[in-house]
Design a protein around this ligand. Structure first.
Ligand code: DGY
Length: 326
C-alpha cells in the first residue's frame, strides 16, 4: 500500500504543480477544465487526506462534513473568502492560502486597469476594430492624466503596498486608508499619506481597492461613496467583487457620478451586472490578477506544498487558522 497521501484537486493546475502532485500524492482530480458542482466536490473529498481547491469553489461545512478525517483545505489563492474558515477551525482542519507570490503580478494588473481606464485603451481598441476610424483628431478619446495625479489606496496590505513603486514611478501622490494606520516613520519612508476613507474618496483621481473580502468590507464602496468621489475619478477593483456594490457602480458610471472604472472582479463571477457589458467607460477583465504563467506556477507549487505538509502531519507553511494548533 502506498504511503503517499490522497489528494483531491478540483481543477487542473500548471504543469510543474501537476508533476509535484502526481509524484508525491495519490491524486484524484476533476478531469475537465470546468467548475465542479458542490455534489462533485463532496464525492471527490470522501476518503482523501487533502483537498486542493480554487477560489471558485465554495467550501462550506457540508463539504467538510463529508470527510471527518480531512487533514487540510489548501486554497490556490491568497484570498480565502470562498472557504468557511470558522467551520474548518471548529473541525480542527487547517486552511492554507498562497500569499506573497502573486503580489507584484496583481499590482501590475491593477495598474494596467488604471492606465487603461484613464487612457481609454480598450475603448479605443474596440473603436478601431469597427474600421470606422477616420484618422487622428484633437478631441478624440480624451482621457485623464495618470502622471502627477492622486491615487487613493483602499487597503495597504501586500498588494496595496506593491502599488506604491508603480504609482511613484508615475509621480503620483498616494493616499491610503487601512484598518491599521502605519507609524509616521513608515508613512514617511513609503511616501504615503493616511486619510479617512471619505476624505480619500473626495481627494483621489484614482481609487484602487486592495482589501480582503469579509463582513466588514462587503459593499464598502456603494452609492454614498461614489457620490463623494470626483466626477473625473476612476475606480479600480482587482481585489474581490463584493467589496464594491456593483449595481450602485453601474448607476454611478451611467450618471457620470464617476468617470470610469477598471474591474477584474465581480460580485457574482462569472456573471456581471448586464449594463457593464454595454458601458464604454468601464474596462472589464476576467479575474486575471494573478494570471501569468510564472505566478500561477508559484501559487500552484505553494498550494501543493501546503497540502502535502498538512497531509504528512506537519505544520503547513501558509496557515490561515493557526488557532487550531493552540
Ligand atoms: C487570489 O489569489 O486571491 C487572486 O484573486 C487570484 O487571482
Amino acid at each position: 500500500m502506498s504511503d503517499k497521501p490522497k489528494i483531491f484537486l478540483t481543477r487542473e493546475l500548471p504543469p510543474e504543480t501537476m508533476a509535484i502532485l502526481r509524484e508525491q500524492s495519490e491524486l484524484t482530480m476533476n478531469p475537465e477544465d470546468r467548475y465542479l458542482t458542490k455534489r462533485e466536490i463532496i464525492e471527490g473529498v470522501a476518503g482523501v487526506d487533502g483537498l486542493l481547491c480554487l477560489l471558485t469553489d465554495t467550501i462550506d461545512d457540508e463539504i467538510l462534513a463529508a470527510n471527518p478525517a480531512l487533514k487540510v483545505v489548501s486554497n490556490f489563492a491568497v484570498g480565502f473568502n470562498n472557504i468557511d474558515v470558522e467551520a474548518a477551525t471548529v473541525r480542527k482542519i487547517p486552511v492554507t492560502n498562497t500569499p506573497g507570490v502573486l503580489t507584484d503580478t496583481t499590482a501590475d494588473m491593477a495598474f494596467a486597469l488604471l492606465l487603461d481606464a484613464a487612457r481609454r485603451v480598450s475603448e479605443g481598441d474596440r473603436f478601431v476594430r469597427t474600421q470606422a476610424w477616420q484618422g487622428w483628431g484633437p478631441l478624440q478619446f480624451l482621457g485623464s492624466d495618470v502622471s502627477n495625479a492622486t491615487l487613493g489606496l483602499v487597503g495597504l496590505g501586500r498588494i496595496g503596498r506593491a502599488m506604491l513603486p508603480r504609482a511613484h514611478g508615475f509621480s503620483m501622490k498616494v493616499l491610503y486608508w487601512n484598518r491599521t494606520r502605519l507609524t509616521e516613520q513608515e508613512e514617511a519612508s513609503l511616501n504615503v499619506t493616511y486619510c479617512e476613507l471619505d476624505d480619500l474618496l473626495k481627494e483621489s483621481d484614482f481609487v484602487s481597492v486592495h482589501v480582503a473580502l469579509n463582513e466588514t468590507t462587503r459593499h464598502l464602496l456603494g452609492a454614498r461613496e461614489f457620490a463623494l468621489m470626483k466626477p473625473q475619478a476612476c475606480l479600480v477593483n482587482s481585489a474581490r467583487g463584493p467589496v464594491v456594490d456593483e449595481k450602485a457602480l453601474v448607476t454611478a458610471l451611467q450618471s457620470g457620478t464617476i468617470a470610469g472604472a477598471g474591474l477584474d472582479v465581480y460580485e457574482q463571477e462569472p456573471l456581471l451586472e448586464p449594463e457593464l457589458y454595454e458601458l464604454d467607460n468601464v474596462v472589464i477583465a476576467p479575474h486575471l490578477g494573478s494570471g501569468t504563467i510564472g505566478t500561477r506556477t508559484k501559487m500552484g507549487n505553494m498550494a501543493a506544498e501546503n497540502c502535502l505538509a498538512a497531509c504528512h502531519g506537519q505544520l503547513p507553511p501558509n496557515l490561515v487558522n493557526p488557532q487550531i494548533y493552540a
